[in-house]
Design a protein around this ligand. Structure first.
Ligand SMILES: NC(=O)c1ccc[n+]([C@@H]2O[C@H](COP(=O)([O-])OP(=O)(O)OC[C@H]3O[C@@H](n4cnc5c(N)ncnc54)[C@H](OP(=O)(O)O)[C@@H]3O)[C@@H](O)[C@H]2O)c1
Length: 238
């Protein structure tokens, strides 16, 4: 799969890029500045020498990608998505954007509509297939690519087929996927295991997740649904 990561010069996008490169996907790093994108792509080639990675300006990256990932700060959603709207038509768009602003008095910066993913859907229009995912997987967890990722993937969105595509991409990173519904619903997210905080997850003492008894469903693209009381429930027949 050719995955365009807008804002891929940053911590979260570059972490996802490394992981997906290692899983055999092709990556297009997007940036507001094409030179910066190319420089990051060159850097990532070092991290995954056999991977295919290019750098382009955001709009060209979105045009090139089969799937588009939004990995830039919430403050950039409006301007960036207006620029790439046409390029995202008909594509799965994964929003990893978290509307937090660091360094001020308040962390949460409410988007104009319910969530950053819903804001993205509104700007991109109904032909973009927006799925919210990867919000809770920290950049440091992604960039420690010699270790498996020690948490589940929560996703939500209205397009079931798009969610299945994202589940496949997540499974290629070894993640179990928990579907928390059509739109972000914080109470339901209690169903998952969050990432270990850095202070309790010394990288040297981690058990690889694929071998950990706590992660029995790793490397499956099956989606686990979050139940009404917040408990993860497996689909029928599993
Ligand atoms: N860091 C984490 O652990 C983490 C975890 C989960 C989710 N997230 C979410 O993922 C997104 C990216 O996080 P990050 O930590 O990688 O952020 P970041 O490093 O601060 O920014 C990522 C990239 O976004 C671009 N950017 C910065 N300001 C922008 C603007 N106003 N408009 C458009 N593009 C802009 C920059 O690329 P160019 O200058 O090259 O365009 C930058 O390299 C955020 O929404 C964050 O909430 C982060």
């Amino acid at each position: 799969m050719r995955i365009a990561i807008l804002g891929g010069t940053g911590k979260e996008g570059a972490g996802l890029a490394v992981r997906w490169l290692q899983a055999g996907h092709e990556i297009v790093i997007g940036s507001r500045d094409a030179d910066r994108a190319r420089a990051k792509a060159a850097e990532l080639t070092g991290a995954a020498p056999s991977g295919r990675v290019h750098g382009l300006a955001n709009r060209a990256a979105a045009e090139t990608g089969e799937v588009v990932v939004l990995a830039f700060p919430a403050v950039g959603v409006e301007a960036t998505l207006r620029e790439v709207k046409e390029a995202c038509r008909g594509k799965v768009v994964i929003s990893a954007v978290v509307p937090l602003t660091f360094g001020g008095g308040r962390l949460f910066t409410p988007p104009p509509v319910g969530s950053s993913a819903e804001q993205a859907q509104e700007i991109l229009g109904p032909e973009a297939r927006v799925v919210a995912a990867f919000h809770h997987i920290a950049a440091h967890e992604l960039s420690a690519s010699e270790h498996d990722i020690e948490c589940d993937l929560l996703l939500c969105g209205a397009d079931a087929e798009a969610k299945r595509a994202v589940a496949e991409l997540a499974a290629s990173l070894g993640l179990r996927v928990v579907d928390v519904g059509r739109s972000p619903t914080p109470a339901r997210s209690r169903a998952s295991r969050p990432c270990s905080p850095p202070s309790t997850a010394a990288t040297s003492s981690r058990t690889p997740a694929s071998r950990s008894p706590a992660c029995p469903e790793r490397r499956s693209a099956a989606i686990v649904r979050a139940g009404p009381a917040g408990a993860a429930v497996a689909p029928r027949g599993r």
